[in-house]
Design a protein around this ligand. Sequence first.
Ligand code: CP
Ligand code: NVA
Length: 302
Amino acid sequence: MRHFIDLKDFSADTLQMILDHAQAMKQAQRVGAGHEQPLAGKTVAMIFEKPSTRTRVSFEVGIVQLGGTPLVLSAQDLQLGRGETIEDTARVLSCYVDAIMIRCFDHDMALNLAEHATVPVINALTNRSHPCQLMADLQTMIEYHGPLAGQTVAWLGDGNNVASSWVEAAALFGFQLRMACPHGYAPPAELLAWARAKGGNIILTEDVAEAVDRVQSVVTDVWVSMGQEGGSQQQDLAAYQVNEEVMKQAAGDAIFMHCLPAKRGLEVSAAVIDGPQSAVFDEAENRLHAQKAILAWCFAGE
Ligand code: CP
Ligand code: NVA
């Protein structure tokens, strides 16, 4: 069964193959060539416990382009929202649909879904990771700066779910990841240990200048992730904003990346996210192409 739960479940070769396919489909779309139809006659259920703009629309459109039928399901409208187990939900949905995409709070829910489903399961964000976002971001890095190995990336701010997927990507693809996170905001220690054991070049610092010095990509994300409202993040992370001063310390051809949605004036200044170095809408577009390649890979295993 070809699930897509976390980047660390894969070899770099497999992920690179998916990225190459994503790029080929993007080019084909650009020249108006017809879409491949690997999902012809297939239905994909999309379960959302949290809001979404990019993920929902890019998956829904991507499934249709590949010949399939998307079924968008809000968790509140499912019996899941009234306490039916994810295990039973997995077995039942597997009778009706050919793949399941899930965005949920608890990472274990996605893992349990994959364990009990008899169709492929795709992780579309949990509190622990966001692998589909990273596939789009890696595609964007390749477009701007070529092969991933040896590139340099700085992550500023909260070591959240997206940051964790960056750690996995850096370890797999051999690019340097310098993370500037204040005390208490680093990614999980066991994930950093896994990455370093794999030979990953991950630098963890509290110093923004150290992280961004001549770096090729500067990345951040919201300070308050979905479901984490009500803490002191805004004060704790105030010194980690990506602004023009920060971008000046990066390489001359550095790009700024953000998975979106963004809060201008908090984690990033308007001048940076709306400026010439911003690649945020390339990332957003690449969600469509990267996820189509992920879906095609899931079904190629049949
Ligand atoms: N980046 C991202 O996943 O955006 P949405 O929350 O809008 O899906
Ligand atoms: N870290 C953010 C990403 C949103 C796409 C969140 O989990 O809310």
